[in-house]
Design a protein around this ligand. Structure first.
Ligand code: NAI
Ligand SMILES: NCC(=O)COP(=O)(O)O
Length: 350
């Protein structure tokens, strides 16, 4: 599998965004490119600043050639080096020290990637991790990629439904946080039956279309200890989650629960479902990252285009050392290629 994607008759690569320049993104992108030689990594280009990428790879001791490219030329040149498409902003090479001065380049990289997919120049988007607080300091008003990509989808695909839903998908477990980047104290207020039903519908639909699961089984976690113990430890399980499950079931979706979250993730329990709807961020992310930190992919469902990402963050503590693992990024590249229509064989490493 080389993962080249064919859209409207033209072959395309995957567009990779640079994420936080002070993090490990450029390093793991170069490591992923190096592994493409065997032909089992789909071709991609990095939307960045090639001077920054060269500087970081040299610092990290990664001997990978960097090629200045465009979305159109990157396929032909993928074998010669890591193709970098310019974002029009210089990025600072300061490992471990993020600066909001780089925010324009970081955000432009995401915007350009989605624009490339919309224009048929790229097959899908793979994002490298952003340092969220640094972008907020620069005025970025979205909690993360997931929500920003929803806005970009509405911009480029007007009239198409775009309700972004975060899924963490590993080899043994898929989880979906129904509420995402909000304080835990806000969760009970924001967790509504409508939100649960809309999320469940999107997850069931995308498990069918993107993961090839004909009849997806959704396990819905409870919010409170013991799923509320009949309301004695919190009422959300009875008042919000039970009615939402009933609505999903009435629509023909195989949803069950609310299940006590503490016994939902052990190996035997995992055989009973295809994905868990979890009520808040850490309920969803702790189990997947604990079971398979290096292999899990963050994939955005509910969008009119494919977006995947490694499950980890910017890893500022090891940036510049060349020791970060590219495994989750490689899994994200493979998943994106697998979800993008009409993968065709080819060899871009000659
Ligand atoms: N999709 C995205 O843009 C994401 C961004 N983040 C952001 O990343 C920043 C840092 O988050 P943290 O909670 O510290 O998580 P983190 O994942 O960056 O780091 C946690 C620990 O895992 C290690 N680690 C992470 N990736 C690794 C890799 N590829 N190879 C080897 N070790 C690795 C780090 O060195 C660190 O010790 C935050 O600003 C957060 O918002 C976090 C997750 C996803
Ligand atoms: N912890 C997961 C995470 O923060 C990913 O967020 P996003 O940037 O992919 O929306």
């Amino acid at each position: 599998m080389d993962g080249t994607t064919r859209r409207g008759g033209a072959q395309t690569a995957l567009a990779m965004t640079i994420g936080e320049p002070a993090g490990v993104g450029a390093e793991i992108a170069a490591m992923a490119w190096r592994q493409a030689e065997g032909g089992n990594i789909p071709p991609f280009y990095l939307l960045a600043d090639s001077a920054f990428v060269r500087s970081r790879l040299e610092l990290a001791g990664l001997d990978v050639p960097v090629i200045d490219a465009t979305a159109e030329t990157c396929l032909a040149r993928f074998g010669a080096g890591l193709p970098v498409v310019d974002v029009g902003h210089a990025l600072a090479d300061a490992p471990g020290r993020p600066s909001s001065a780089d925010a324009h380049g970081v955000v432009a990289s995401i915007e350009l990637a989605v624009a490339d997919v919309a224009a048929g120049r790229a097959g899908g988007v793979v994002t490298l991790p952003i340092q969220k607080a640094t972008l907020y300091d620069a005025g970025f008003r979205h909690p993360g990629h997931t929500e920003f990509l929803g806005e970009l989808a509405a911009r480029h695909w007007p009239g198409r439904p775009a309700t972004p839903v975060m899924m963490l998908a590993g080899p043994e477990l898929r989880t979906v946080p129904v509420t995402v980047h909000i304080p835990v104290s806000e969760v009970p207020r924001r967790l509504t039956a409508d939100l649960l039903v809309e999320t469940g519908r999107i997850v069931a639909a995308d498990l069918r279309t993107r993961f090839g699961i004909a009849t997806p089984r959704l396990a819905v976690a409870g919010l409170n200890p013991h799923a509320g113990e009949n309301g004695s430890m919190g009422r959300e399980d009875l008042d919000v989650i039970v009615p939402a499950i009933a609505r999903l079931v009435a629509e023909g979706i195989a949803a069950t629960g609310p299940w006590p979250a503490d016994t939902l993730f052990h190996p035997r329990a995992r055989t009973g479902y295809d994905a868990v709807l979890a009520m808040y961020h850490d309920q969803a992310l702790i189990p997947v990252k604990t079971i398979a930190f290096d292999e899990t992919v963050n994939v955005t469902l509910g969008l009119p285009f494919v977006r995947t990402s490694p499950d980890h963050g910017t890893a500022l503590d090891i940036a510049g050392t060349g020791t970060a693992r590219p495994d989750s990024l490689i899994a994200a590249l493979r998943m994106a290629a697998g979800m993008t229509a009409d993968i065709v064989a080819g060899d871009h490493m000659r």
